[in-house]
Each structure stands twice: as C-alpha cells, then as structure tokens.
Design a binder for this molecule. Structure first.
Ligand code: HEC
Length: 133
C-alpha cells in the first residue's frame, strides 16, 4: 500500500511538472510574439537598403499594377523607373502617400497600408539621398 501510494505521488508530481513546463513554454512563446510586434521596427534592417532590391521589390509587389506600364489605373503617375520613383521621393509625396499622412492620397489605393518595415526602408533610402544602387 505504501509503495503504491508513493508511486502514485511520483506519477502525480511528474504530471504536474510536465503541465508546468508546457505552461512555461506557451507563455514564453507568447512573450516572444509580443516582443516581435513591439520591436518590429528595431528588427527591420534599414542599413543595407538598396534601390534595386528593397525599393523595387516593394513597388513591384504593391504599386506597379497601377503605376507601371501606361499607369492608366494610377492617374498617369509612373513608378516604373528610377527617375520616376526619384521624382516622387524627392518631392516628399512618396513617403507621405505610403505613410497615410493627412492631406495625401493613401497608397496603395484601396489596399492595406504597407508593413512598417517596408515604409522604414523607403524612408531610409530617401534619407540616404535616393541612391541608384
Ligand atoms: C489600385 C491602383 C493603385 C495602386 C495599387 C497604387 N496606386 Fe498610387 N495612385 C492611384 C491613383 C488612382 C492615384 C491618383 C490620386 C488618387 O486617386 O488618390 C494615385 C496617386 C499616387 C501618387 C501621387 C499622389 C499625389 O498626391 O500626387 C503617388 C506618389 C502614388 N500614387 C504612389 C503609390 C505607391 C507608392 C503605391 C504602392 C505602395 C501605389 N501608389 C499604389 C492608384 C494606385
């Protein structure tokens, strides 16, 4: 009887320990998720931004359906070449429309705002003097 009880107690302890580890695991994964949300901008690499990589990728994926080709769906505003993008960037319009700043059209038109990191990459590229790199 004694032995039986001791074994049951041991099993109970093991079950508790397992449940406890699971709880810690779940809690810690939640913690990291939140950390990524909170510090998303800090984790964004704005140091190695290149026109030919991040900027072209973002514009191609989100903007050129309207602002490429004849740009008829984009009110004739074209973002298909470096010079066209540079013109919108230097005037400040590009950053204002993607940041959804008051008084500006919100781009992508009819779509969700770009993720913060995509906006920060464009901001960094403009701050670097819009290099054609
Ligand atoms: C569904 C089509 C569509 C998409 C996608 C789109 N645009 Fe536009 N864009 C327009 C239209 C139409 C206009 C004309 C102004 C308006 O209607 O608000 C415009 C205007 C602009 C302007 C000029 C704003 C001004 O006040 O001079 C810029 C710059 C611009 N878009 C950039 C972008 C960028 C950057 C993206 C991608 C992140 C994008 N657009 C995605 C349709 C689009």
């Amino acid at each position: 009887m004694r032995v039986q009880q001791t074994i049951e107690t041991q099993i109970m302890k093991m079950k508790l320990a397992t449940a406890f580890s699971c709880m810690i695991y779940v809690l810690s994964s939640c913690y990291y998720d939140k950390e990524e949300l909170l510090y998303g901008i800090e984790k964004c690499d704005t140091v190695n931004v290149k026109y030919s990589v991040q900027i072209v990728n973002t514009l191609t994926a989100n903007c050129l359906s309207c602002h490429g080709g004849d740009a008829s769906a984009g009110a004739g505003i074209r973002l298909g070449t470096y010079d066209e993008v540079k013109a919108q960037a230097v005037s400040g319009t590009l950053l204002n429309v993607i940041s959804h700043n008051p008084g500006f059209s919100q781009m992508p038109k009819g779509g969700a705002k770009l993720p913060n990191c995509r906006i920060e990459e464009i901001r960094a590229w403009i701050q670097n003097g819009t290099p054609n790199n």
